[in-house]
Write a protein that binds this ligand. Structure first.
Ligand code: HEM
Length: 137
């Protein structure tokens, strides 16, 4: 992620504020419609899951350092995800659904350059999460 990409990611995320509850719900609906086999992985309500996801994403985006390094909370998040049965191949469809949700919400603001910046940022986040193994029970 270049400094310019970090700026685009943080600014475009700010444009989604006040992060209406339905942003997360729209994302999960899109994710599960495109990947029905993932539905069984989520045990709670989509409302709760959406709220937890959007707040974790907001904290992560806000916590990226100026040099592009990710907040340390990402490691624990990745380890918990390995414990939920999330596999490396789940991250690509997850990214696509997220970026498509942003595109729908942001319209013209979500230019190809902004999409590319998000794609790079998500791939770094996914790489950091995927490199963790599940915590011991
Ligand atoms: C940007 C990356 C992601 C973020 C910020 C994120 C965030 C979260 C948060 C905050 C939780 C609540 C529990 C906890 O904090 O450990 C959670 C749970 C979960 N996430 Fe993610 N997640 C991400 C990627 C993924 C991906 C790629 C999948 C794959 C399908 C996934 C599947 C799940 C599942 C299965 C649970 C547990 C649900 C349950 O037990 O009902 N997440 N996620």
């Amino acid at each position: 992620m270049t400094p310019r990409q970090l700026e685009l990611v943080q600014d475009s995320f700010a444009a989604l504020r006040p992060l209406p509850k339905d942003l997360g719900i729209a994302f999960y609906q899109r994710l599960l419609a495109a990947n029905p086999s993932m539905a069984g992985m989520f045990k709670g309500s989509i409302e709760n899951q959406s709220a937890m996801f959007v707040s974790a994403l907001a904290l992560t985006v806000a916590g990226i350092a100026p040099d592009g390094s990710l907040p340390s909370s990402v490691r624990d998040l990745g380890a918990r995800h390995a414990g939920y049965g999330v596999r490396p191949e789940h991250y690509g469809p997850f990214r696509d659904a997220l970026l498509d949700t942003f595109a729908e919400r942001l319209g013209d603001v979500f230019t190809p350059e902004v999409r590319q910046a998000w794609s790079a940022a998500f791939d770094e986040l996914a790489e950091a999460m995927r490199s963790q193994t599940a915590p011991r029970p």
